[in-house]
Design a binder for this molecule. Structure first.
Ligand SMILES: NC(=O)c1ccc[n+]([C@@H]2O[C@H](COP(=O)([O-])OP(=O)(O)OC[C@H]3O[C@@H](n4cnc5c(N)ncnc54)[C@H](O)[C@@H]3O)[C@@H](O)[C@H]2O)c1
Length: 442
């Protein structure tokens, strides 16, 4: 099938490559000429593990253009353009509407059947109220006749996007009518390697399901973090033991039930806020999503208190991990960045290191934090070290850089990565969620 993917960013570029690797003829479209140029040169427009290999292997089925209306040459158009949050936390549709105007313009005067698929995250109700009317007006065609509209989001984790696209837990298809959804199911059946369940539903149900999934996951994370906060203060308590047993209950499950620190990234915080805005706008209870967010925001204070309780006058603090999770360089809303900001603004001497994100973090933090070029350099400069992102390499810290004459360095291990056997002789290890020393209880 001929498939256009509009928006060659963190999701669109991998999806274009995945579709091409499964034999589809793919036209990548972006208003950013540099993304288009890179793809036409056989280069991945974004960083994502496995993407370059897939682009290189599928070059003959992968072209790109800045001409959005050219999507009309294809059978299916998938839109993955940004939907930035407004000041209240609701997603905005202006990029989607701009792209749909162009796609509609391209479709006008053609009569071949075409399915337009919205993959971007939108406020529930957007397809029916805004996106469908725009597409119909711009194309002069009626949805349901020779034009279909679907809402089909990707459930992916950055750093694992390609695997998640090839082996999704489920495929969610909101559809204007069965024909449109069936065409899209046929496309995905040829792409998925794991025979996932498909769920077809109305557009609005699919829009709501998308943000409901992330909101449920963030609620689970905040629940585990609320437990971890209690374990910090309850002598002898260990959140790992509690959540490990809790997760064995099949009604609860183990995934994302690990008490540590705040969730971040480009999706979780804003999907949760949008869910609360939607509930409020509908006159429904927003409390669950708002509490999830409040618990998450409180994690920065909790961590900053644990650090401050161990810093002496003139001490330096080092933060290991600024990316919001391992295997990505994104620092958006990350726990490490929030901590660096809080400590920097409070006047502490802050040093930072991340395997990928040091430069981005240093540029965002400015003079309030000093970048290190390696784990060893950061450890040498710091009196108290915080492991804020669970990069695997942080479980194996260079002992020589941790030793020092006189007092012992403190490592605050938010993810309980480092072992007692290897380090307890040389440093003081503070594991969040495992009954902190009395001095940090505030
Ligand atoms: N990144 C994630 O983890 C993730 C996960 C789930 C859902 N989403 C959703 O997917 C959507 C895309 O996210 P992303 O992270 O890939 O965004 P991104 O910012 O990485 O990429 C978006 C791309 O769209 C292009 N673009 C903007 N307006 C355009 C237009 N009118 N025509 C053509 N191209 C246009 C931009 O130049 C950019 O290359 C968003 O709605 C986001 O909320 C993202």
């Amino acid at each position: 099938m001929r498939i256009a993917v509009i928006g060659l960013g963190k999701l669109g570029a991998p999806l274009a490559a995945v579709m091409a690797s499964k034999g589809h003829d793919v036209l990548g479209i972006d208003i950013n000429p540099s993304a288009v140029g890179l793809l036409n040169d056989g280069l991945a427009p974004v960083e994502e593990p496995g993407l370059q290999a897939l682009v290189s292997a599928s070059r003959e089925r992968l072209r790109a253009t800045t001409e959005v209306a050219a999507a009309a040459e294809c059978d299916v158009t998938i839109l993955l353009v940004p939907t930035p949050s407004d000041e209240r936390g609701a997603f905005t549709n202006r990029y989607l509407l701009a792209a749909l105007e162009e796609v509609g313009r391209g479709l006008a005067g053609r009569d071949a059947y075409h399915v337009v698929v919205v993959g971007s995250t939108v406020m529930p109700g957007s397809c029916d109220a805004q996106l469908a009317p725009t597409l119909e007006r711009a194309s002069g065609r009626r949805i349901g006749d020779d034009l279909g509209l679907c809402f089909s989001p990707e459930f992916i984790a950055l750093g694992n996007v390609i695997r998640d696209m090839l082996e999704p837990d489920m495929v969610l298809i909101g559809e204007s009518d069965p024909r449109a959804g069936d065409v899209l199911e046929q496309v995905y059946r040829g792409v998925c390697e794991n025979d996932p369940p498909f769920r077809h539903m109305s557009l609005v149900n699919a829009e709501l399901t998308k943000i409901a999934v992330n909101t449920y996951v963030t609620m689970k994370i905040s629940y585990a973090n609320a437990l971890a906060d209690m374990c910090d203060r309850l002598p002898g308590a260990d959140v790992e033991a509690v959540t490990d047993a809790l997760g064995l209950d099949t009604r609860i499950g183990r995934k994302y039930l690990r008490g540590a620190i705040a969730y971040g990234g480009p999706c979780f915080p804003r999907d949760n806020k949008a869910f609360a805005v939607l509930a409020r706008d509908l006159g429904a209870e927003p409390f669950l999503a708002e509490a999830t967010d409040a618990v998450n925001v409180a994690q920065t204070d909790r961590l900053a208190r644990a650090v401050q309780a161990r810093l002496k006058e003139g001490d330096a603090v080092g933060i290991l991990g600024l990316a919001y999770k391992p295997d990505t360089g994104l620092i958006e809303e990350s726990a490490g960045m929030a901590l660096a900001r809080a400590l920097g603004e409070a006047g502490y001497d802050v040093h930072i290191y991340d395997p990928i994100a040091t430069a981005a973090a240093a540029s965002a933090l400015g003079a309030t934090a000093r970048p290190a070029t390696s784990v060893a350099e950061l450890l040498e400069r710091s009196d108290v070290v915080v492991i804020a992102t669970p990069w695997p390499e942080f479980s194996d810290l260079p002992l020589d850089s941790l030793r020092r004459d006189g007092g012992r360095k403190v490592v605050i291990d938010c993810w309980r990565l480092i072992s007692d056997e290897a380090y307890a002789d040389s440093i003081d290890i503070v594991r969040l969620g495992q009954a902190l020393a009395v001095s940090s209880r505030v």
